[in-house]
Design a binder for this molecule. Sequence first.
Ligand code: KIV
Length: 278
Amino acid sequence: MSIQARTTRITVPEIRARKGGEPIVCLTAYTTPMAQRLDPHVDLFIIGDSLGMVLYGFESTLPVTLDMMIAHGAAVRRGSQRACLTVDMPFASYQESPGVAFRSAARLMVEAGCSSVKIEGGREMAETIAFLTDRGIPVMGHVGLVPQSVNSLGGYRARGRDDAQADEILADARAVADAGAFSIVLEGIVEPLAREITEAVDVPTIGIGASPACDGQVLVTEDLTGLFGDFTPKFVKRYAELGEAIGEAAAAYAEDVRARRFPGPEHCFGAGKNSGRG
Ligand code: KIV
């Protein structure tokens, strides 16, 4: 059976086995109705902590809590039956020690029912990634532009433009793969580096702003559908303008209400009938 026709959930080992094969199609999802729409089309959902900025209006992903990730992970699980599910470990839920990371990840696995967790960071996270994977928790890595470190990085600019920085990011990706990650998100890095990493590691790379050289691609769904922000980053392709459509729908509704065109008789219970109430 082709992977598109199936209705059972795609597993972590199946994603891992896609290295160098058919590109992995990945999107973010945070809610049940969005997951229902996207599920037939994607191999993997990342329930990303980007939800802090996209859904909650935070300035960065840092204020996102474990409880928020659990609630949204569970919502996406309820809305999907096919895509593999990876949920982000939010800032401060894993950096302190492997033990703290295990307790947070276990809650995400049990309470959200996801198949894996994602951890931002490179060599400094290798011990934690090994600790979790050795204990039955599949981990996706995330290197390059790591948004939880925006305060140390000084912004969201693409990385790996000079040799020294590219060498650091390559060493991070190797360490994460060697520690047992089943795949690695490469975010905001230059194309030659994305290609070098993809060739250097034996697990699939999933790019966002990291060129077609990766084994798969991910975008924030609200970016590609025009539901988030006025600014479209260079690496995003807008496939729809749902934000505009929602604005137009709201304007048409407001006009109808003000002109008493809505609700019409077809929207009313017992309209035009003698209700017997005078
Ligand atoms: O938080 C997020 O949405 C992510 C993906 C874009 C990879 O980390």
